[in-house]
Design a protein around this ligand. Sequence first.
Ligand SMILES: NC(=O)c1ccc[n+]([C@@H]2O[C@H](COP(=O)([O-])OP(=O)(O)OC[C@H]3O[C@@H](n4cnc5c(N)ncnc54)[C@H](OP(=O)(O)O)[C@@H]3O)[C@@H](O)[C@H]2O)c1
Length: 231
Amino acid sequence: MGLLDDWLPSSLARHGDPTRPSVTLSYAQSLDGSIALHRGEPLALSGPDSQKLTHQLRAAHEAILVGIGTVLSDDPRLNVRLVAGQNPQIVVLDSQLRLPLTASMLIDSKPHVFCVASASREAQRKLEQAGAVVERQSDPAAPQVELPKMLARLKQKGIRSLMVEGGGRVISSFLSENFVDRVVITVAPQYVGGYKALVLPLVVMPEIRNAQVKKFGKDYVIWGEVGRETR
Ligand SMILES: NC(=O)c1ccc[n+]([C@@H]2O[C@H](COP(=O)([O-])OP(=O)(O)OC[C@H]3O[C@@H](n4cnc5c(N)ncnc54)[C@H](OP(=O)(O)O)[C@@H]3O)[C@@H](O)[C@H]2O)c1
């Protein structure tokens, strides 16, 4: 069964929760589960074939989400330049509006940036001038962006599918709050011994049902749906 032409469309179509978009978690890791050597530094793990797959996956989703940690370290553009297709709507979790006005994503997109109630109004004004759409959450006690409200807001805006690309803290939040419907993980056959995909112990340990694997160039891509009974 092909990942992109068969499994992903039918898996996205099966999504049954009307309150939020369907969520695909996708990132690249080493054999030991590292996504970077040091937190806050980019590390190229995927080869050209799996990178192209990542861009195809982006094009198959309506939105793509990263944490501000990834923006500050990698300065990603999060577009689909390696393939034909539409760029997804960019979403950034950025409680205190630290997104730099020089971020590459501001050049050719209008990211939706979620922040908490206490975030600077001045930073909001500057980011909006630069093209971002700032979504301020209302709970004055929340230290970070609240995922359930953020996901409900995206759904309200008409976004039905969301690809979550990282980094470690965001991956950990989505898994620990049980918001991952499926995963597409690139495993690069190398050891790194660095910053891991999971930075929190999980209470519920999601299992991937009927996981499939295929070689893309030098890398192995594993995909499957998160088992419903573990949620
Ligand atoms: N190999 C890969 O596929 C891959 C992909 C992406 C990133 N990375 C690597 O991952 C590293 C960055 O990871 P990271 O863990 O430092 O940063 P991250 O997960 O990208 O961003 C984490 C930050 O997002 C903000 N945030 C707001 N609401 C949140 C919530 N509910 N849950 C989690 N985070 C929330 C927090 O900062 P505030 O409190 O300031 O909002 C938090 O510190 C970099 O080294 C990057 O190269 C690797």
